[in-house]
Design a protein around this ligand. Structure first.
Ligand code: SAM
Length: 509
């Protein structure tokens, strides 16, 4: 670990302020200034900030920011109270090296880490992995072993599974996805995402990977079977290698190290090198090697980005010394072969309807009143769901519109309609439908889930959390195997995992 073992400094020198801060309760109706002090680190002096920063680096390897320090302080306060410990005793526990401390870091991680991710994030890189890196690895080993480290809710691991599946087939690939956040790992195992997660994926990426629902997309069982997920702290030297893992042909770790301190990044990358096969590959995000001097890695430069290869004898090949500072010519000297990867243009996942493809008008209530009934509504809903699964979104929307008109008191068709409006980016229309559904039934879980997604996609995080929390509340006490999202056959157990990940709540025991 980056920080040497030492006794916890604040408990000797200056514990009082830290103690005050941890005991502080959020105030009601706070002024903006007060918000800064109760939420953030404004009230901490430099010594307090240093203590918490060192703790954060020691536990998770993360560099601190006021937001992270505030989140850590809040978690310390909550955990100290629930363990019936004094704040100092809890800080001492976090600072220790034993298994209790490791378990505590994993427990509080969901409230501290940043988990933003989506499927096929960075299309050009995925094409490089599919067309060059995985076939190369497969040419020298019968089974390709891949690791997505810091995979959050699993989108990166499943993207890896999707490209590997296409590149070398199902039988020859095994993928490990790990993250320090156990709630994200629980959601990763479910493998169901809001359609917003598809924003990096093109139609061809979806083949074999995704099963469409009306409200969600679901990773196919075949692709899911390639991936195993584990909770794992990259900053914990005792957790290496991840349980049961063998040497890897390729490790991908993107948008993780950027949040880490230099010493943590150095340690983590050195352990990646150990975990790689001879000539195995390390794929990092932009700038994640910046300023580091790592031995036993050479650099290969492609249009889609830089890839690091483990080398057995550093003297024979140039090590990846401070990759960010290497000139292009220096990089080219050690590139065995330059592969041109055509950058795919990201067109987004929202299909724009062709001009003139207006939706069918609502049935005229007066003229067709005798036809309007819940039974007709159900028929239209079933037909809309079928069309949505087949990707026939305009037909689905026509049916959902007809269903909503057929039974004005049923919230279901409105949710369906909202989900379909969201696919084409009609946020206002979608929100109107969802408000209508929640007016009819304020606790309707599919409407709350969809509203949470709509608010996330339109940048309203707090409202999204409120909607997700209400959905979670609505599922309380319902058996895990009951259906929670009827259009997509998502069960209560599955949805609870997804909602907990959204809310960064501890997993169900
Ligand atoms: C921004 S997400 C990146 C997800 C994915 N790799 C991507 O690029 O889309 C960063 C992830 O790193 C994880 N993380 C942070 N510190 C970690 C640590 N010490 N060990 C393992 N994972 C960590 C977080 O939990 C989070 O899920």
């Amino acid at each position: 670990m980056a920080v040497a073992d030492e006794s916890f400094p604040s408990c000797r020198g200056k514990p009082i302020f830290i103690r005050d801060m941890l005991l502080k309760k959020p105030v009601s109706n706070p002024t903006p200034q007060r918000v800064a002090s109760s939420n953030g680190s404004a009230d901490m002096d430099a010594a307090d900030r240093r203590i918490l920063s060192r703790l954060l680096d020691r536990g998770l390897g993360l560099t601190s920011s006021p937001t992270l320090l505030a989140a850590l302080a809040k978690q310390c306060r909550l955990r100290a109270a629930s363990l019936d410990k004094s704040p100092e005793a809890y800080l001492r526990l976090l600072h220790a090296n034993g298994s209790d401390a490791k378990a505590e870091w994993i427990l509080i991680a969901p409230a501290i880490v940043v988990g933003e991710t989506f499927l096929y994030r960075d299309a050009a890189l995925w094409e490089l992995i599919e067309t060059k890196l995985i076939p190369d690895a497969a040419s020298t080993s019968s089974h390709v072993r891949l690791w997505s480290a810091g995979c959050s809710t699993g989108e990166e691991a499943y993207s890896l599974a999707g490209v590997a599946h296409r590149a070398v087939g199902h039988k020859h690939v095994r993928i490990l996805g790990t993250d320090v956040n156990p709630v994200a790992i629980a959601a990763a195992r479910v493998g169901i995402y809001g359609r917003w997660s598809m924003r990096g994926a093109e139609a061809s990426d979806r083949n074999g990977l995704i099963v469409n629902g009306a409200q969600t997309v679901r990773v196919s069982e075949e692709v899911k079977s390639l991936v195993r997920f584990e909770t794992h702290n990259l900053n914990d030297p005792d957790a290496w290698p991840p349980l049961g893992a063998k040497a890897f042909d390729l490790i991908i770790c993107r948008n993780v190290l950027i949040y880490m301190s230099e010493s943590a990044r150095t340690d983590v990358i050195a352990r990646f090198v150990t975990a790689l096969h001879p000539r195995g590959l390390l794929v990092l995000g932009h700038g994640e090697m910046a300023g580091l001097r790592i031995h036993n890695l050479s650099v290969e430069c492609y249009d889609a980005g830089i890839v690091f290869r483990k080398v057995e004898n550093v003297s024979q090949e140039q090590s990846a010394a401070s990759a960010s500072k290497q000139s292009k010519s220096a990089i080219n000297r050690i590139v065995p072969k330059q592969v041109a990867v055509t950058k795919r243009v990201f067109r987004g996942f929202i299909p724009t309807p062709p001009p003139g493809a207006a939706l069918a008008p609502r049935p005229k209530l007066a003229a067709e009143r005798e036809m309007l009934s819940p039974a007709i509504c159900r028929r239209h809903v079933a037909s809309a769901i079928q069309s949505a699964r087949e990707g026939k979104l305009q037909a689905a929307e026509r049916d959902a519109t007809a269903a909503a008109a057929a039974d004005a008191l049923d919230p279901e068709p409105r949710v369906l309609l909202a989900a379909l409006c969201m696919v084409r980016g009609a946020w206002v229309e979608a929100e109107g439908q969802l408000r209508g559904a929640l007016f009819l039934d304020p606790c309707f879980v599919p409407a709350l889930w969809q509203m949470g997604n709509l608010c996330s996609m339109t940048g309203r995080k707090r409202q999204a959390s409120r909607a997700f929390a209400r959905a979670l509340n609505g599922l309380d006490g319902i058996a895990d195997d009951k259906v929670a999202l009827p259009f997509d056959n998502v069960t209560v157990g599955e949805l609870v995992s997804l909602l907990r990940a959204e809310l960064a709540e501890p997993a169900r025991a």
